[in-house]
Structures are given as C-alpha cells and as structure tokens.
Ligand binder design. Structure first.
Ligand SMILES: Nc1ncnc2c1ncn2[C@@H]1O[C@H](COP(=O)(O)OP(=O)(O)OP(=O)(O)O)[C@@H](O)[C@H]1O
Ligand SMILES: [Mg+2]
Length: 184
C-alpha cells in the first residue's frame, strides 16, 4: 500500500480539472517571474476564492520534469500532521517530511504550501514552519504560499521571523471575488 505522503501528493478529484486557463493573468505572470528569477508567490484571499484550485492548475501545467521542474504540493495542516506523527512507526527508515523539505536536492523543486496561517501555530508548528521557510529563504528557493490572511496578519499566526522572510521571498497577490463554493 502506498504511504500517506504518496496519497497526499496525488491530485485530489475535486481539482483534477484545474487548468492553466483558470489561473488569473496576474498569477500566470508571477509564475513566469518565479520560473525566470526564482521569486515566490504569496496568494491570499477569502475562503473559496480559488487558491487551492490555482495551485493544482500550476502544478498540473508545469509538473513535467522534461518541461520544467517538479512542483511539490503540501497542505500545511497535512504537513504538520505528518511531521507530528509517530515517525518510527510510520516512516521506519524513511526520512521525515521536514528533512525532505530541507534537503539541498530540493533546489530543483518548487514547493507549494497551501493554507499557511490557518490556525494559530503552536510553538512546535511555528518552529517547524520557520525551519522550512528559512531553508528556502537562505537558498533562494521558489515557494508558493496560499493563505486566507494578508501578510500583515500572518506574523501573529506563524511568527514575525517567518512572515518577514515570506514578504521578501514573494510577490504578494490578493485573490478577490466571492466564495465559489456558494456560487455553485
Ligand atoms: N477558476 C476556477 N474555475 C473553476 N472552478 C474553480 C475555479 N477556482 C476555484 N474553483 C472551484 O471553486 C471551489 C473553491 O475553490 P478552492 O478550494 O480552490 O478555494 P480556496 O480559496 O482554496 O478556499 P479555502 O480558503 O477555503 O481553502 C472548488 O470546487 C474549486 O474547484
Ligand atoms: Mg484551499
């Protein structure tokens, strides 16, 4: 049976039709900048504005190593859950997810962190996020974040040091529009 991590990486059914054309041009342009100069993107917006949909659309469009690079998708809540799990039992000899994310090999990958700042981070979560963000900051690795919060409110949830790095690492883009779930 495949591991939890492998399951998490599979495109969920809800987003399997997400496509490049669904991505707003501001984010398409920001993604081109990410490809050329390595600048990340921080996408924030209200619930249901389409942030996760956009991330899967980007991943599907570019996740072809022969075309470009591997995009690694993590929902932050799932990631923290995996990291908190009983590693010895769950991972055996395999590396833990945050070890993976702080590996120099990651330089060839874009990391998508969906839903950062969803809840007030415990000290453990804040520290783990800081470790991942600081690694990507130091090595200037492109990272896409999504959040319900503008960056000005992020520090309160994940700590000032992580939030400050995100501001320098990313183009900040707000998604407007209503909750697409309600409109359906
Ligand atoms: N451009 C689009 N075209 C078609 N459907 C879309 C588009 N954007 C979003 N949707 C659909 O709208 C619904 C809500 O989108 P999504 O889950 O991406 O919102 P979100 O901003 O990530 O919300 P949350 O903040 O709650 O995580 C999903 O069913 C998604 O597939
Ligand atoms: Mg979402």
């Amino acid at each position: 049976m495949s591991s939890n991590i492998e399951k998490i990486m599979i495109i969920p059914k809800r987003y399997e039709n997400a496509k490049w054309e669904d991505v707003p041009t501001t984010i398409q342009d920001a993604f081109e900048a990410l490809r050329t100069v390595g600048k990340g993107i921080y996408i924030h917006g209200a619930i249901g504005t389409g942030k996760t949909h956009i991330c899967w659309a980007l991943k599907k469009h570019y996740d072809k190593p022969e075309v470009w690079r591997y995009l690694k998708f993590w929902n932050v809540v799932d990631l923290m859950h995996e990291i908190r799990s009983d590693f010895d039992r769950q991972y055996g000899d395999k590396r833990r997810p945050e070890e993976d994310l702080c590996d120099p090999e990651e330089r060839n990958k874009v990391l998508i962190l969906d839903d950062i700042g969803v809840e007030k981070a415990t000290e453990f979560v804040a520290e783990t996020l800081y470790r991942i963000i600081n690694f990507r900051y130091n090595h200037m690795l492109p990272t896409i974040f999504t959040s319900n919060l503008p960056v000005s409110e992020l520090a309160d949830k994940i700590g000032e040091r992580s939030a400050s790095r995100i501001v320098e690492m990313c183009d900040i883009i707000e998604l407007t529009g209503g909750d697409r779930r309600i409109k359906k």
